[in-house]
Design a protein around this ligand. Sequence first.
Ligand code: ATP
Length: 137
Amino acid sequence: LQRTLSIIKPDAVKKQLIGTILQRFEQSHFTIVAAKMMFLSREQAEGFYAEHEGRDFYEPLIEFMTSGPIMVQVLEGEDVIPAYRELIGKTDPTQAAAGTIRADFAESTRYNAVHGSDSPESAAQEIAFFFTDDEIC
Ligand code: ATP
């Protein structure tokens, strides 16, 4: 079984899509093994997205991710890392397949509703960034 770090981003929280999005995770047979609401500080957002520092979209990304509450979760399931990426669709919602979360709910490449880890290594790192072991069921 794999685990992945999932974020429902500020745009989707503002639109009251938490329930709808969690329902899609459960319909995909991902098990929610940890979840919490957070309001990221600038320092936390910069830490999480450190790999993108210097890119043209970095500063607006930090602004966006600190613009309101987010919901972070750890999801568990068979091959959940690629399965989650498939369920959310491409970063740019105009390129995302029909029926994916981003096709249905993302406004743009920046305001794109969700985040999911892209490899086992980043999943381990991202899960540890947000959760201690005793917060994960
Ligand atoms: P995430 O890591 O959030 O799942 P991703 O792996 O699809 O997204 P990355 O390339 O890692 O995309 O970029 C991280 C985030 O930065 C994107 O989800 C998006 O919010 C923002 N971003 C990436 N590229 C752009 C861009 N060209 N313009 C605006 N925002 C961008």
